[in-house]
Design a binder for this molecule. Sequence first.
Ligand SMILES: [Zn+2]
Length: 405
Amino acid sequence: MSEQAAGDGGNRPYLGERLRRGELLVSVSPSFSGSYKQARQNVLARLPQARSFVLPGLVGPDDEELSVDVGWIGDPQAACVLVIISGTHGPEGFCGSGIQLDWLALLEASRLPENVALVFVHGLNPHGFAWDRRVTQEGCDLNRNFIDFAAGAPANPGYDELRAHFVPPSLEGPSFEASREAIGKFKQAHGERAFQIARKAGQYTDPGGMFFGGFHRSWSGRTLESIAQEYKLASRKFVAVVDVHTGLGPYGYGELQSEHVAASASQLIADQMFGPSVTSADLGTSTSIPIHGSLQLFWERLLGDGRYLYLCLEYGTFNTEAAQRVLLADQWLHVHGGGDRSGALGREVRGCMRAHFCPDDPSWKEAVLFRGRQVLRQALSGLAQVAEGEFALEGTPRKNGEPAL
Ligand SMILES: [Zn+2]
């Protein structure tokens, strides 16, 4: 039966045609923005009560102000809070911002469960978001920056061994080939996982290197502390955090990655709230490896095990080799290429970063919004149960009593 015969009126458009034109992808074009500036404007238009934490002394490519914008929706006294973060890793914010805008539109015509509120944290790393860099203005990977610096930074011997080879002086020719060879030998000797740990787990020695966790808390890290204070998050009964990332995993799939250790109370709650789609780096079921200094440590210090969830909603884009290529070009530009992101090479690198971390493809974006709605719906439903006392929390009390920043 043809599509035409299925309809009972010749004037109706074909269903296939409607879907191809994107008619049913209602949220895709209004949710995804073309620049940081536009994303910020769109979010502020929907969050007139937002508090802006402006980054001093730096601007974006259009001389625009850079800011972390935070909006609270719902009962200010709510016991349970869902925090949705975008832009921890700069241009990955185009995706997270899309989910936030989709939800802000949905919320205009709906209400939240009793005793549950939402906090939108837009552009946690606004400099990286505006300039298409994964790292902050300090060259720091924000999701490696939350170690306890007073206690000393963790070692990464694999990184130390390969440090000269991660960002070679040239992107082609003998030095590039020598670096590829050294990396190949390391993989042969130690395996792919050990290589991933060397490259990505985080390092605290080399500000010009990849996945640098910083020498101290970054501006964005301190801003997150201010946000938690401003909205009294430490005194809530339960806080669930969904931090939206991109660039790892199958194209368009949103993997809900738990950063909790497998034996924790929070992990148990994550499993109950989201079911078997939650993956764990600790258990080896995630595409991600265990990393140093993630935002999870911040929330752990703030609330303690069993009173919070920190989950990364990580959307796949292109494969690992493509990610390595684009991140290498980005880092090379800063270490060996002068760091100008406005010139021809800089614009090209920025374009590659954008295309890698937020593919310009309506189907990818549709998959993002679909999975985003699913995960956030599950989170809200879980939090409603926690608020009503129907969800057993078996958190272990903190050793030193009250939660503290
Ligand atoms: Zn990320």
